[in-house]
Structures are given as C-alpha cells and as structure tokens.
Design a protein around this ligand. Structure first.
Ligand SMILES: Nc1ncnc2c1ncn2[C@@H]1O[C@H](COP(=O)(O)OP(=O)(O)O)[C@@H](O)[C@H]1O
Ligand code: SF4
Ligand SMILES: [Mg+2]
Length: 365
C-alpha cells in the first residue's frame, strides 16, 4: 500500500516526471498524449500533472478540445486500444495505488480497469451494448473480476440498480438500454461502472446531456457512492456550477496543458489566471437571466498541432501586453506556486493579477 498524504487532491509542488514513489492514490506526472496525423502531430495532452486522494474529487475544466477526455482515457489505458489510438505516443507517469500504468503491460491495465478504476461517459449508449439487457451487461462486468455464478452476479446487478435509484430493479434488470430513459441509462451505466467498487471513478461530462433535475440527482448519487466507497473521483465538466458543488480541487486545462490548479475555494475566490477569469465570467448563475448567462471566452481554442508560441492563451488574452516586452508571445509560462496547493502559469506579476482580479473582474461576476 502506498502511504497516503492527508492533504487532498492536486496539492504540493508541481510534480515532474521522476521515478520517485508516488504520494497520492492517483498521481499523474508530466503526462503527454500525442497523436501523429496526416496534418501533423496533435499534442492533445502536453505535460499535465495532478494528484487525487481517495475520498476526494478533482474537477478538470476547460473548453471543448482542451484535452480533458484524452487525459482521462489515458489514465484508463484506453488509448492503447482501437484504430484511432493506434500510433498514439504516451509519455510521463500514471501511478494508481502505487502501480505505474504507462509502462505496465496492457493485460495488467485491463485487469485494473473495471476493478480498481472505472469510467462513466456523457453518452451511456457508447458504453453499453444495444443487443444485451442491462442486467446481462452488469453481470458480465462483475464476472470479469469475480469468480461467481450468474445467479450471484444477477443478485449483485439488481442490488446495484436499486442502489442507483432504478425503480423495480428486479424487473428493469431484464430491460434493454433503449427501454430506459436518458437519466435511467446514465444511472445504469453508473451501476455498471461501480459494480466492482472501483477505487477510482472517472466521470467524463456525466450530466451534460441530462435535464437540470436529473443532473442534480446524478451528482448526488456520485457523491453518495463516493462517500460509501471512499473512491477517488475525477470529474470532467465544463459546468463550473458542477465544480462548485462537488470538487475539492480544480485543474484548468487550456490547449492540452494545465494553466491553473488548486483548491476549489481558491479557484473561485482568488483565481490567478486570465483564462480562469474568462471561464468564471461564462459561468451560469441562478440569479441571472439565461440569456445573460453565457459570455464565452472570446476567440477560438488553439490548434493542438500549431500551438501558439509563448503563452498559448496570448491570442485571446486581454492582458497579454501587460508583462514587459514580448514575454507572453515568446516564453511559455511555467506553473508556479501562488498559494497553498495553488499553481498558475501566467507571466503577470502577483500585484497585477491581484489588481485585475479584485478591481476589474470580481466586481462584474
Ligand atoms: N485519436 C485521436 N487522434 C487525433 N486527435 C485526437 C484523437 N483523440 C483526440 N484527439 C484530439 O485531441 C484534442 C483533445 O480532445 P479531447 O480530450 O477529447 O478534448 P475535450 O475532452 O477537452 O473536449 C482534440 O483536438 C481532439 O480532436
Ligand atoms: S502569460 Fe500573458 S497571455 Fe498568458 S495568460 Fe498570462 S497575461 Fe495572458
Ligand atoms: Mg471531452
């Protein structure tokens, strides 16, 4: 067993790739996932590090295309599968419960997947087979890792369906995925993901496709199950409302890199990166009209083949001219510590950041 630090997720010094023993349940160090394509090398993830302890939730936020899903699929070892990921280049380290997964044999990672780590997706149909009943699929997921009879596994499947709030589970267990509503399918997928009590749950935009009421129920469910099983959770979302509700720590991704990470309270109360300010400005708020809610960050997300020089956010950053000279366009800002467990990659001085945040941004939010 790894000795666990008690400080929560995504804390400590910026973690560099090294063979030092990990200090957290999940520890990702300098992860890079690059895809060679006809158009060039797509640097989907380009040096991302984070930690998550058991019982804690790390939220990964960022616009579409910033590398969130690729990061989580890499943790699950899913990039070594399938035609699209055939030539993928993965480097860095992924430590799960003291085992390093990037260098592990595919069989070893497969053994851990489903048992120690599981993933839920935005679209449950992508994780479920249309021709088999829900019950059959949960039974199979369980029996891959447990040497039990079908009968025992079926009892377990019914128990899980009940646990995730499916009414009449003894009947519904024999339904096919298309016989379930969207929200019910999402619950069934969660039941399937959690049937083996995984210690790490990765949820990739699990509520995006659902209406607000069902969203809240699913989040409550994930939180309850996390409490019950003490799992580490990585929650990928572009909804900062979700983040505020369930995260302990937040990692903000931009263009395949981490631009800011820290405890959730710091990210909301003292964010230290202009991109995070932009995300907060686009956050839905209950006290505003829907039409006023979404002020997207101006401009387009960067190309991951030709990432802008210097700070990748500079073409969209309203403050790019404040740091002296051409530094924002020529020198890539490294993640530096700005508070306890709080890191930001920006050339603005601490004084400028504080002034802009307190005088210009915060009053408008
Ligand atoms: N197999 C692949 N081959 C080439 N590019 C890929 C592949 N998978 C993902 N990408 C690219 O990587 C980038 C990041 O994707 P993704 O992690 O899905 O973004 P997010 O989840 O943040 O929306 C996107 O530009 C996407 O097109
Ligand atoms: S380094 Fe410069 S361009 Fe990048 S976020 Fe900071 S101020 Fe903006
Ligand atoms: Mg995604």
């Amino acid at each position: 067993m790894t000795e666990l630090s008690k400080t929560g997720a995504a804390v400590g010094e910026p973690v560099k790739a090294s063979s030092d023993a990990p200090t957290a349940f999940l520890e990702v160090r300098d992860l890079k996932v690059h895809f060679p394509t006809d158009d060039g090398l797509v640097k989907s993830v380009d040096g991302v590090s984070f930690k998550v302890e058991k019982g804690k939730t790390l939220a990964i936020v960022g616009e579409s295309g910033s590398g969130k899903s690729v990061t989580s699929l890499a943790v699950m070892g899913l990039h070594k599968l399938g035609a699209r990921g055939k030539n993928v280049q993965i480097s860095g380290e992924i430590w799960l419960d003291g085992k390093e997964l990037v260098s592990a044999a595919p069989d070893e990672v497969r053994r851990l997947r489903g048992r120690e780590m599981a993933m839920i997706f935005q679209d449950p149909l992508s994780a479920m087979h249309p021709y088999y009943t829900i019950g059959h699929q949960i039974v199979e997921a369980y029996r891959v890792h447990h040497d039990v009879s079908k009968k025992v596994a079926r009892t377990r499947a019914i128990e899980m369906l009940d646990r995730v709030g499916i009414p009449e589970p003894t009947k519904r267990v024999d339904n096919y995925p298309h016989e379930f509503s969207g929200g019910m399918r999402q619950r069934a997928m969660i039941a399937m993901a959690l049937v083996n009590n995984p210690e790490l749950l990765i949820a990739d935009e699990p509520t995006t496709a659902l209406d607000v009421t069902v969203q809240a129920q699913i989040l409550d469910l994930i939180r309850d199950l996390q409490k019950e099983f003490g799992s580490a959770v990585v929650m990928i979302t572009h909804d900062l409302g979700v983040v505020a509700e369930i995260a302990d720590d937040v990692l903000v991704m931009y263009g395949g890199r981490c631009v800011e990470r820290g405890p959730v309270a710091d990210i909301f109360e003292q964010p230290q990166h202009p991109y995070t300010w932009g995300l907060l400005g686009s956050m839905p708020r209950i006290d505003r009209e829907t039409s006023e809610r979404l002020i997207p960050v101006k401009g387009q997300p960067p190309s991951l083949i030709n990432v802008p020089s210097g700070c990748a956010f500079h073409p969209r950053c309203p403050y790019a001219d404040i740091p002296k000279g051409d530094v924002t366009r020529t020198v890539r800002p490294e993640l530096t510590q700005v508070g306890t467990g709080h890191f930001s990659a920006c050339h603005l001085s601490p004084e400028d950041r504080t002034r802009i945040w307190t005088e210009e941004i915060a009053p408008k939010l």
